[in-house]
Design a binder for this molecule. Structure first.
Ligand code: JD8
Length: 262
């Protein structure tokens, strides 16, 4: 996968040299380049912002440097290696929510181009113009306010690159994840069995794999019911069997509506 990032703070992306993402880059599975937006300015002050039309506080990123950056990184002509146009991703609090499903979708792309805004954001015409020649997605990390798109890109890239074949190294840990089966995960424990007076639940030391699986399922259900009523409500009714509903009942939680087959 090829990834280009445009930002006025290219230093933000130094951590991408570390750890698993660094490994994916080293072994060639990830070709990542970070670009300074100011390299596409032409004035002595390397200006990238101006006051907003219509008034209001703050500054808006001017369209011209962005236009040149996108021309350079997503040229109209097919390159010698025959690559297609990138998918342009623009972090914004007004974007569509970034999810694990979108991470999977992005992991299947051959070229991602990230545009990191700052200030009050990027002149909308940059996105409108880009959308006439490539797929453009405004994406939000969540309902809180950041200073700019850089941190969002770090998060998205970490979620996407760990899905690339050969990056995780442990394929098994990919599909047993909470956001794959719609429930939060049960708590995990390791040695010692007693630590500062706190014991590892007996069932996990019993060696009874049936009881362990049932206990983990019950913990996942009660956690999800308590912490994520939104995930609970979104569960397909047929994904909860009689034993699941009984476990929720015992914990004083109500099961989402729906008929039970099993
Ligand atoms: C990009 C500029 C800040 C946005 C005024 C101060 C994502 N989940 C998220 N929260 N915030 C962002 C985000 C914020 C950004 C930019 C992403 C570029 N800002 C501006 C408009 C209102 N603030 C985000 N992804």
């Amino acid at each position: 996968m090829r990834v280009d990032i445009v930002s006025i703070f290219p230093e933000y992306f130094a951590p991408l040299d570390l750890s698993l993402i660094g490994k994916a880059r080293a072994n060639g599975r990830l070709r990542l380049a970070v670009h300074d937006l100011r390299s596409w300015t032409h004035d002595v002050h390397r200006t990238v912002d101006d006051t907003p039309y219509g008034g209001g506080p703050g500054m808006v990123m001017r369209p011209e440097p962005w236009g040149e950056a996108l021309d350079a990184l997503a040229p109209d002509e097919l390159s010698p290696d025959g690559h297609t146009l990138p998918r342009l991703l623009v972090p914004s609090p007004a974007g569509v929510p970034f999810t694990q499903a979108m991470a999977h979708e992005l992991a299947a792309e051959s070229h991602l181009l990230f545009a990191c805004g700052r200030y009050e954001g990027i002149d909308q015409r940059v996105l409108d113009h880009a959308a006439t020649r490539m797929r453009v997605t405004e994406v939000s990390l969540g309902d809180y306010v950041l200073f700019g798109g850089e941190v969002a890109v770090l998060v998205i890239l970490e979620a996407v690159t760990r899905l690339l074949p050969g990056v995780l190294g442990n394929a098994g840990s990919l599909d047993e994840e909470s956001h794959a089966h719609g429930l939060l995960e049960a708590p995990m424990y390791t040695k010692p069995a007693t630590w500062r007076g706190h014991e590892v639940p007996e069932v996990l030391r019993s060696g009874d794999h049936g009881r362990i699986a049932r206990w983990r399922r019950d913990e996942a259900l009660s956690r999800t019911a308590t912490r994520r009523p939104d995930m609970m409500a979104a569960l397909p009714p047929e994904s909860l069997d009689k034993r699941d509903r009984a476990a929720l009942d015992r914990g004083g939680f109500s099961s989402p509506p729906g008929d039970v087959a099993k």
